[in-house]
Design a protein around this ligand. Structure first.
Ligand code: A3P
Length: 322
């Protein structure tokens, strides 16, 4: 898509709405609270525009959704490699994931909306694969109501590990002095970006229970345990199940290998200092340890237990455990 040639929406379209919203500084970023969720002030007008129906859904749309640092990059790579496998065989030397960061293969809705260039989403070829960090309740109603054709795949992660991942990521991208305690408290009190985290997870969880054909709910830890099973589940969900011939040709294993942390990290496109079309953060900062339980190396047991008990209390009765 040609970013420069895309028509731009007036930047002041929703400025009155945004200026009336509660504001706060959280983890070095200015946030506004829109409809119960904290969003970057710089994205807020775009979020309002998107919420009010700025995106015309198309048959076959697939939307990936997550809180940042839940494994979004991995999910983008797995979904992209799975959905594009016929045109781009996973073992091919010139596969897009060997040339581009996964975030440049799957656009985050909020960015083009924030810059008023959301018209470029209309230029994407079908079936569109897109991503969001917004809660379900802030997506355009046309994408989430019962008649919508949009398939949504949500990934969530143990909040203790997500918090450690977030802290490292923010420190790596300009906030060297950010304390772990500040990030910790912002998650506990619900004021981190895209929080409260429990409401974010519950919005998607509930639809996955009532309408599993529309929403696939994944957990980072389960993908770590059996990535091949996730790839099969994902393919089935987007109605592109693997054929016997593909299974015999080990296409699933090739996708898992292509999307492994080691392989992605080794690509030039994912090295330090590289910036892409859709993301402003250094590409290497998306690939760190990729394990479950790293929180134990940074937090006390008491901190872990307090966060667990807050999350447990908020998810109580929903059937969701993380
Ligand atoms: P850690 O910081 O715990 O290592 P996001 O993609 O949502 O920003 O999440 C980033 C987290 O996912 C980081 O976790 C990163 O290392 C991990 N990650 C990125 N690519 C991965 C992959 N291919 N396999 C497993 N984990 C991956």
């Amino acid at each position: 898509v040609d970013v420069e040639a895309t028509p731009v929406r007036p930047p002041t379209e929703h400025s009155a709405v945004v200026s009336a919203l509660p504001a706060r500084l959280s983890n070095g970023q200015q946030l506004r609270c829109y409809q119960g969720f904290w969003v970057f002030e710089s994205w807020a007008q775009g979020v309002v525009a998107m919420h009010r129906g700025g995106l015309v859904p198309r048959a076959g749309d697939v939307l990936l959704a997550s809180l940042p640092k839940s494994g979004t990059t991995w999910l983008k790579a797995l979904a992209f490699a799975t959905m594009a496998r016929r045109a781009c065989p996973p073992a091919s030397a010139d596969h897009p994931l060997r040339r581009l960061n996964p975030h440049d293969c799957v656009p985050l809705l909020e960015r083009p909306f924030a810059t008023g260039r959301d018209a470029l989403l209309d230029e994407l070829p079908s079936p569109r694969l897109m991503c969001t960090h917004m809660p379900l309740s802030l997506l355009p109603a046309t994408m989430v109501d019962g008649n919508s054709n949009t398939k949504i795949i949500y990934i969530c992660r143990d909040q203790k590990d997500r918090l450690i991942s977030l802290w490292h990521f923010l420190k790596r991208n300009g906030l060297e002095d950010l304390s772990l305690q500040e990030v910790y408290e912002s998650i506990c009190d619900g004021t981190c970006f895209a929080g409260p985290v429990w409401d974010h997870m519950l919005g998607y969880w509930r639809v996955s229970k009532t309408d599993p054909s529309r929403l696939l709910f994944l957990k980072y830890e389960e993908i770590l345990q059996d990535p091949a099973n996730t790839v099969r589940k994902l393919a089935q969900f987007v109605r592109q199940p693997f054929s016997d011939t593909e299974e015999e040709a080990s296409i699933v294993a090739e996708i898992v290998k292509l999307c492994s942390l080691e392989n992605l990290r080794s690509q030039t496109a994912n090295r330090a200092g590289i910036q892409g079309m859709f993301i402003k953060f250094s590409h290497d900062s998306y690939f760190r340890k990729g394990v479950a339980g790293d929180w134990r190396n940074h937090m006390t047991r008491e901190m872990g237990e307090r966060l667990d008990s807050i999350i447990r209390g908020k998810l109580c009765g929903s059937g969701l455990t993380i």
